[in-house]
Design a protein. Structure first.
Ligand code: CA
Length: 702
């Protein structure tokens, strides 16, 4: 079946296509009234496109029949290294896109020229607190301001026209390992923002600030703190009954680092909460318990943050199964009646449909292979856990692995197909608890992270099973897949659905593809050669439909592992790409990856020195540069470092020579002698890699 573009055009007419410039409150002003419109029209004003966050645009100039004529109009360089997970916002021909290090870029949608750029100046040391790269997923627009959360926990309000700072507020305790990667949401004059950090022992919460001046209006914690300090609410006092031991010493977790959505009719704000800290329930809450409100959808009053209801997807989370994944509102027919529902595909592998008013569990089925539960009890809404998945000191083989069956990558819903387009990922992991683990705390001196315990449970390998990714068209009523397209690899971008009957999606191989929403047939491909983990948006410029997507390999998987397919051969610095029918700009060619390189330098080569170099490297470098200095991901592969880099190794590591690009200084943490040992270790790994490549060539008869 092919969709009829005419049907979508009717939707467009009924909502009006004038854009915010037609609003009586003034040109280009995003007001509550503008935000309350059911669907995005000529602009793309919020992270998920509308309050419902269904990422559907009724624009239908680009159709199944003409999408093949789509071409590049311009591209824009984000300049800094790091993954680009952004969903750009578009208002009156201006694009607001966030890049690595929480930098906001305002770009002319006609030309791709920069209008302004705001670098909030996050100390590069702070990047070491980011479990999953120095990414940012997007900004918010409201009454002439652009709001962005920063990696170091600030909420910044900028003048949308000039980029000037209007106000700025610190939303976290800087002595704890909080980070912000998610997009703020604006609800009735309040800017709502969460945070991340549950891998480093923090307690999750969401805060709401006055959009005018940045004053804190409310803060709602997602897990209870130390009972001796008193509970902030009745709801948290009740939640504390589901915890045991001294859970608060390691923060408890439950960080709300992504999904926050608003239903103006029900006047509810929905928050997706994260995993437990530490991961192992045995260590976190000895004696058991559900550990509310971990891994839950939490509904609160938007004006006060007051608890209304919760639904917990993974009681007593034990597997880093966050429920921070994107939430979406829709009206769906259930048992003959139209229900207002929330849909979510959290990490744990079940696709959920919940009643948006009450939190009642309506249905849930696996959208990927999962082995930790046998299904969900329809009476109680609780998963039927498999005891063999509840690892202790013995390893258990688990799927989905810790990055989930689905991660931050936004999904889209097409009101005509009534399908949810969902980027899924499948992999296995071995997990066990370390019985000797205790929370050692995070030590931060100034902006310098001295020690940060990762979670707890011993992280096992992928168990030798291949990881894979695909784009799934999921029928949320029947709870089954309608079509599924295999992708080049595990880690990919978010989805957009349009009135032209199309679904747009970018992959970790850098290919940006338009699919037929009804069948999954691939109708158009643009090869950017840069792994795509951003989410596409569509809008009009001078009445002409455009599509924009960010490429920029990185994030939890991409920071230290290679993109897929042809992208693997190229430098992965991020770019923003804009397409329109008849676009004829040439696709820029990224720099090719440099060859492996072994500099001829006087460096120690004895086993003891290399061992020490390895240990220092493992403590300070591995999280970004990958094992052996050989990351093929978004961060530089040190085995390919040039002579120039090697000659300046100490200056780069200790003097901050490349701080602008994101490489922090380790002055005060490492001595020059230790830096030499790290360099010696990296060079030894480069030498081994060259040898391995030569041996492989000898063995290959071709
Ligand atoms: Ca986590």
């Amino acid at each position: 079946m092919r969709l009829r573009p005419a049907a979508a055009a009717i939707v467009l007419t009924t909502v009006g296509c004038g854009g915010p410039s037609g609003d009586p409150s003034g040109p280009g002003t995003v007001t509550d009234e503008v935000l309350a419109r059911a669907v995005p029209d000529g602009d793309w004003l919020t992270y998920g496109g509308s309050y419902a966050e269904d990422r559907f645009s009724p624009l239908d100039q680009i159709t199944l029949d003409n999408v093949a004529e789509l071409g590049l109009v311009w591209s824009y360089d984000f300049e800094l290294r790091g993954g680009v997970e952004t969903t750009p916002l578009v208002l009156d021909g201006v694009i607001y896109a966030t890049g690595p290090w929480s930098v906001v870029h305002a770009i002319d949608a006609r030309t791709g020229q920069r209008l302004w750029r705001h670098d909030p100046g996050v100390p590069r040391q702070r990047g070491r607190l980011a479990c999953c790269d120095v990414v940012n997923r997007g900004a918010a627009l409201y009454e002439g301001k652009v709001f962005v959360g920063t990696i170091d926990g600030r909420l910044v309000a900028l003048d949308a026209e000039t980029g000037r700072v209007e106000w700025e507020t610190l939303t976290v305790d800087p002595d704890l390992a909080y980070t912000i990667t998610g997009a703020p949401r604006v609800v009735e004059g309040l800017v709502v923002i969460g945070n991340g950090g549950a891998e480093y022992g923090v307690r999750g919460y969401v805060s709401a600030y006055d959009a005018d001046d940045g004053a804190l209006v409310w803060r709602t914690y997602t897990v209870p703190g130390n009972p001796a300090d008193g509970f902030e609410s009745e709801a948290l006092a009740r939640a504390a009954e589901t915890w045991n031991g001294e859970w608060w010493t390691a923060g408890g977790g439950g960080t709300a680092w992504d999904a926050i959505i608003y239903d103006p009719e029900l006047e509810l704000l929905y928050i997706g909460t994260g995993n437990g800290s530490p991961w192992s329930r045995h260590l976190r809450s000895p004696g058991g318990g559900d550990n509310l409100f971990l891994a839950s959808v939490l509904a609160v009053r938007p004006a006060t943050g007051e608890y209304v209801w919760h639904y917990q997807t993974t009681p007593g989370d034990h597997w880093d199964y966050t429920a921070t994944q994107p939430l979406m509102l829709a009206d769906l027919e259930f048992d003959g009646a139209l229900r207002r529902v929330i849909m979510q595909a959290p990490k744990n592998g079940f696709f959920y449909v919940l009643d948006a008013e009450t939190g009642e569990f309506l249905s849930g089925q696996p959208y990927v292979t999962l082995n930790w539960a046998d299904g969900i009890d329809v009476e109680t809404g609780r998963p039927v856990e498999r005891s063999e998945a509840v690892y202790d000191t013995e390893y258990a083989l688990i799927t989905p692995m810790t990055l989930g069956g689905h991660n931050f990558q936004p999904m889209a819903f097409h009101p005509e197909t009534e399908l949810v387009y969902l980027p899924v990922q499948e992999a296995w992991t071995r997990r066990a608890s370390d019985p000797d683990w205790t929370f050692s705390g995070v030590e931060i001196r100034g902006d310098t992270l001295v020690s940060a315990p990762w979670n707890t449970a011993t992280r096992g390998a992928s168990a030798g099973r291949p990881a894979s990714g695909s784009l799934v068209a999921w029928d949320p009523k029947a709870q089954e897949s309608r079509w599924q397209v295999p992708l080049a690899g595990f880690w990919n971008g978010g989805v957009l659905a349009t009135g032209g009957g199309l679904v747009f999606h970018g992959g970790g191989d850098g290919r940006f593809v338009a699919y037929d929403a009804a069948t999954g047939e691939s109708l158009w491909v643009a090869a950017t050669r840069i792994g795509i983990i951003g989410s596409p948006v569509t809008y009009t410029v001078d009445g002409v439909q455009h599509v924009t997507v960010a490429a920029g390999w990185g994030g939890a998987t991409g920071r230290s592992s290679s993109p897929y397919g042809e992208a693997a051969d190229f430098d992965q610095r991020g770019r923003l790409f804009t397409f329109a029918l008849g676009g004829s700009a040439e696709m820029p060619m990224p720099r090719r990856e440099r060859p492996l390189y072994v500099p001829e330098l006087e460096l120690p080569t004895d086993a003891a020195a290399l061992r020490e170099g390895y240990e220092l490297y493992s403590q300070y470098c591995v999280i970004c540069h990958g094992g052996g200095g050989g990351s093929e991901g978004g961060m530089p592969n040190l085995q390919r470092a040039t002579r120039l880099t090697h000659d300046n190794f100490e200056g780069i590591v200790l003097e901050g020579m490349r701080e602008e690009e994101g490489m922090p200084s380790y002055r005060g943490l490492l001595s020059p002698e230790e830096v030499t040992l790290i360099q010696a270790y990296v060079v030894s790994r480069a030498r081994a890699a060259v040898r391995a490549a030569e041996t492989a060539e000898e063995e290959d008869p071709s």
